[in-house]
Design a protein around this ligand. Structure first.
Ligand code: PGA
Length: 254
């Protein structure tokens, strides 16, 4: 597929896979995806599996991401993990502000913005998630909600940092439900996000930032979604836990 920006497809494993299971999955993925260069491939295992998976993906085309990190660098923050600790395992990306964290951990746009700045300070690229609820969409508030999440969660980043940030548009009603946004619904919101980035930063930034779609991405809908001009990749939950479906999503997107 001929794209203006290189596709980036990330697997968000959420709270799934023990170390042994993670190793099994990553070894199969390495075999399946060996030689794929057209897409940036990222997997985000739970923290506990990062060390083991890091050694497996060394010298492969698979990059490592974490699912969250602290806004702080060091100190008395029980249960938190800092960017510098993730760097020890060659983590290159971190998912921030996933709707599950916004919902269950009450993460705010302001907190996500501080985490994004901390990620950049630690040389980790943030994947910043935004998405509207079903009620927002049904009451025609999608752009209002997405616009305010984008402005809030990316506040304070420099242009250089923004270019190295990935945005993931994940309509909350499509996550884990089997309901995907139509490719046109995805394209419309992605174009709106790009316009918002243009007004916050500039045209160069807006043209360079990669915007992933997430929410029930499967092998049979990946191609259609990825063919939209402003869709530059996918953040995949459930289907990233099986070697066949994750590798087919990637292969079908090329
Ligand atoms: P899903 O999850 O692919 O299982 O819908 C996507 C996500 O939450 O990132």
């Amino acid at each position: 597929m001929n794209k203006e920006r290189k596709l980036i497809i990330a697997g968000n494993w959420k709270m799934n896979r023990t170390v042994a299971e993670a190793l099994d999955l990553v070894q199969s993925l390495k075999r399946e995806l060996n030689g794929v260069k057209e897409v940036d491939i990222v997997i985000c295992p739970p923290f506990t599996a990062l060390h083991a998976v890091a050694s497996e993906v060394l010298e492969s085309n698979i990059r490592l991401g974490a699912q969250n990190m602290s806004e702080n660098n060091v100190g008395a923050y029980t249960g938190e993990i800092a960017a510098v600790m993730l760097k020890e395992f060659s983590v290159r990306y971190v998912v921030l502000g996933h709707s599950e964290r916004r919902q269950y951990q009450q993460e705010s746009d302001a907190l996500i913005a501080r985490k994004a700045a901390a990620a950049h300070a630690g040389s980790i690229k943030p994947i910043v998630c935004v998405g509207e609820l079903l009620a927002d969409r049904e009451s025609d508030r999608t752009e209002q909600v997405i616009g305010s999440q984008i402005r809030g969660s990316l506040a304070g980043l420099t242009k250089e940092q923004m270019i190295e940030t990935i945005v993931a548009y994940e309509p909350v009603w499509a996550i884990g439900t089997g309901k995907t946004a139509t490719s046109q619904q995805a394209q419309d919101v992605h174009a709106f996000i790009r316009t918002t980035l243009r007004s916050m930063f500039d045209d160069n930034v807006a043209r360079k930032v990669r915007i992933q779609y997430g929410g029930s991405v499967k092998p049979n809908n990946a191609r259609e979604l990825m063919s939209q001009p402003d869709v530059d990749g996918a953040l995949v939950g459930g289907a990233s836990l099986e070697v066949r479906s994750f590798s087919d999503i990637i292969k079908n997107s090329i």
